[in-house]
Design a protein around this ligand. Structure first.
Ligand SMILES: Nc1ncnc2c1ncn2[C@@H]1O[C@H](COP(=O)(O)OP(=O)(O)OP(=O)(O)O)[C@@H](O)[C@H]1O
Length: 252
């Protein structure tokens, strides 16, 4: 379980997150949605300790993120950042192998190598395994980064806009992989999504943010209503139902 209490964050005196209180149970997909600048990445970064906590508390399975050793946290939680920090002179296989580092400190076992090969296949980058990251297309590189994050084998995955650069086939494939991971292994994904219909189709819970606050929190059916979407995104859009899930006509 991830527990977030009384979280506030400001940059240079400007509030970015205000009074965030959340409990995220183990197992399932939680989508963070909201307009640019709402605070979604800041929230993920605080959970993953990529930003120092200013006020409030965050616990992962009872461990306070501020004081738990990094290695211990990295065995429970993996993060895929929006800015995808990576070194261009790594090959895809070397990058994906880094996902095992918290478990092996660089001394990879046959099991680690098997996990790497599995992740390369799962995200369709095994043919690219020997290629340097700098030679890949944006979507291929994104898939390699996703494979590294999965390969870490953590109970919690924090993914900041993982569908960036992915074509429709690979976006759907990633969402289906997350769904399987949640259903079969009770793992938890917290995922920032701009494609509201991917959130509608795959998330168990949607947390909608605006101006650093949580505006709505519930199932896709509860959150994706015309009024709530207007409160979050600032315009009214038609909502219909497809395959039992909301379908938001945000582009019309
Ligand atoms: N280092 C920083 N210094 C100053 N302001 C910052 C900094 N990082 C983020 N912000 C501000 O904090 C606010 C929230 O940013 P954040 O990246 O969390 O939003 P977001 O919801 O993830 O947005 P997007 O959808 O555009 O990725 C924005 O107004 C942003 O300009």
């Amino acid at each position: 379980m991830i527990l977030i209490e009384d979280l506030n964050l400001a940059h240079g005196g400007t509030p970015v997150l205000r009074d965030i209180n959340l409990t995220i149970d183990r197992g399932g997909i939680v989508a963070l949605v909201g307009p640019n600048g709402a605070g979604k990445s800041s929230l993920l970064s605080l959970i993953a300790r990529l930003l120092p906590l200013q006020t409030g508390r965050i616990f992962i399975d009872g461990l306070p993120v501020t004081t738990t050793p990094g290695r211990e946290l990295a065995r429970r939680m993996a993060i895929l950042r929006q800015d995808g920090v990576f070194a261009g002179r790594l090959t895809v296989r070397e990058l994906v192998s880094l996902g095992r580092f918290p478990h092996n400190q660089g001394r990879s076992t046959p099991q680690d190598r098997a996990r790497v090969e599995e992740a390369l296949v799962q995200f369709g980058v095994s043919d690219l395994a020997e290629r340097f990251l700098e030679t890949l297309s944006g979507g291929q590189r994104q898939r390699a980064l996703v494979a590294m994050t999965f390969c870490q084998g953590t109970d919690y995955l924090l993914l900041d806009e993982p569908l960036n650069n992915l074509d429709m086939f690979h976006a759907r494939h990633l969402m289906q992989s997350l769904r399987r991971m949640a259903d079969e292994d009770a793992r938890t994904a917290i995922i920032v999504l701009h494609d509201i219909n991917q959130a509608a189709a795959y998330a168990d819970r949607i947390i909608a943010m605006r101006d650093g606050r949580i505006v709505s929190d519930g199932t896709p059916g509860e959150v994706l209503t015309v009024d709530t979407l207007a409160a979050v995104f600032g315009y009214r859009m038609q909502v219909t139902v497809a395959a039992g899930r909301p379908l938001v006509m945000h582009h019309l």
